[in-house]
Structures are given as structure tokens and as C-alpha cells.
Design a protein around this ligand. Structure first.
Ligand code: MLT
Length: 241
């Protein structure tokens, strides 16, 4: 296994895809996806283009679908929900297809959708994803943070480090594919017992706090609480493994 961390989708090489790509958007798209699938959603279909989301979801029965849209941390008008994992209770999402478009996370999925295996990861399902990767041992593995509009974000890189650390401990130095992997591990080692404090410092954490999303930050800082491993079953569509 060779492991590469990319802080943003823009940082990933354009001329190839890995055997397995793990997309990370802790605040909040992949936390929402993991929570929704764990709560019984049929699947989550991701879109970078909100208009395409609206037209595609028209083809689904109204009571079998939910439209989730977020831009700049706020709910998109015309959508049923924004991008809060706290909205994704079994009562709300069970049996439904979720159509999701967010500022950065859904663009990250689009960037790696050609990879044979695409996984959605966040802190909540970190251990489940590590178990999956240790069992599958893909030859090339990318951990791709969603960042914020092309720039680095602390919460995605710390989660990449939380996934990379046990893989490094198991497989050794040979798996380290780039310098970002070592940096991500160091970030996690420094902050692993103070993840919420880190999120309070992070620029997108501060944006969400400014929008009164304190409870979302707390929820997204939980680690190893969910067993679901969302896998791409067709381009842009994730379902529970
Ligand atoms: C994103 O894709 O940038 C987000 O998940 C933003 C958010 O809803 O907090």
C-alpha cells in the first residue's frame, strides 16, 4: 500500500486516479453522509451543481427523496434541508434517497469519482474506515480533504492523520507516499485529545460558529462513534457497506 494525503481536491494529480480514494469533509458533508446512511437513508447522491441536483431529484417520488443544499455554510433556498448531520435522524431520512450539494465536499467526490473504490470518511467512522482499508489493502490510496474553496482546512487534514496513523503503525514507513501524510499524522498526534478545540480554531469552524452551529461542531468532533463505511456504488452515489 502507498498512501498519499491531499489537503484539497485541487492538490490531487490530474493524470491518474488511485485504486482507492477516501473523501473527507468533516465540517460537514461527509459527517452528514455517514450519519444519514447509518440512520437508514437508501443512498446519498452528490452533486457539485445545485441546478443538476434539482432537476435530477425531480425524477424521484417526493416522499422518497430529500434535497440537501449548502453554500457558505447556509441552507440553499428550495432545498428541504441544509448540510447538518443533526438533521439526519432515522425519522427524517430512513428509506429515502438524499440529493446533496455542498460548497466543497461534493466537488471533492466529483474529482475522484473515476477511482475503482471511493469511500466517504469523517472522524465518526474513522475506525470503521481504517478496518476496511486494512482488510482491502489497496495498492494506491489517496486521502483527499475537501478544504475550503481550494485552501487547506485543519479539520480534514486532522481526520486524514487519524486514518493514516494506524495504517502507518501497521504497515510501516514504506506506505508513506508524500510529505502531507507525515504532516497530517503529526497534526492528529498533537490534537487528538482536543479535536473540538481545534475545530473552534479552524476557519470553517469559526464560520459555522458565526452561523450558530455550535452543536454541529460538537457532533462533527466525535470520533469512532459510527460503523458505517459509505462506498460509491455508481458515479456520485454512496451507499452503506
Ligand atoms: C462543504 O462542502 O464545504 C461543507 O460541507 C460546508 C458545510 O456545510 O459546513
Amino acid at each position: 500500500m502507498k498512501l498519499f494525503v491531499y489537503h484539497t481536491p485541487e492538490e490531487t494529480p490530474r493524470d491518474r486516479v488511485p485504486d482507492c480514494a477516501v473523501v473527507i469533509d468533516v465540517l460537514r458533508a461527509t459527517t452528514t453522509i455517514v450519519t444519514a446512511l447509518d440512520a437508514g437513508a437508501e443512498a446519498v447522491q452528490t452533486f457539485s451543481d445545485i441546478n443538476l441536483l434539482l432537476t435530477t431529484s425531480e425524477q424521484w417520488e417526493v416522499d422518497k427523496r430529500l434535497r440537501l443544499g449548502e453554500r457558505g455554510g447556509k441552507q440553499v433556498p428550495g432545498c428541504d434541508l441544509g448540510n447538518s448531520p443533526l438533521d439526519c435522524t432515522p425519522e427524517v431520512v430512513a428509506g429515502k434517497r438524499l440529493f446533496l450539494s455542498t460548497t466543497n465536499g461534493t466537488r471533492a467526490f466529483q474529482r475522484v469519482e473515476a477511482a475503482p473504490t471511493v469511500v466517504a470518511a469523517t472522524l465518526a467512522n474513522r475506525q470503521a474506515v481504517v478496518n476496511y482499508l486494512q482488510a482491502q489493502t489497496p495498492e494506491t490510496l489517496w486521502l483527499v480533504g475537501s478544504g475550503w474553496e481550494g485552501t487547506y482546512s485543519l479539520e480534514d487534514t486532522v481526520c486524514a492523520g487519524a486514518i493514516a496513523l494506524p495504517l502507518w503503525e501497521k504497515f510501516g514507513d514504506d506506505i508513506l507516499g508524500n510529505d502531507q501524510t507525515v504532516a497530517a499524522i503529526a497534526l492528529y498526534q498533537q490534537w487528538q485529545n482536543r479535536l473540538l478545540d481545534l475545530f473552534n480554531l479552524a476557519s470553517h469552524g469559526q464560520r459555522l460558529l458565526g452561523l450558530n452551529n455550535t452543536a454541529d461542531l460538537k457532533c462533527c468532533a466525535q470520533i469512532d462513534t459510527i460503523d458505517a463505511v459509505p462506498l460509491q456504488i455508481e458515479k456520485g452515489v454512496l451507499s452503506k457497506h
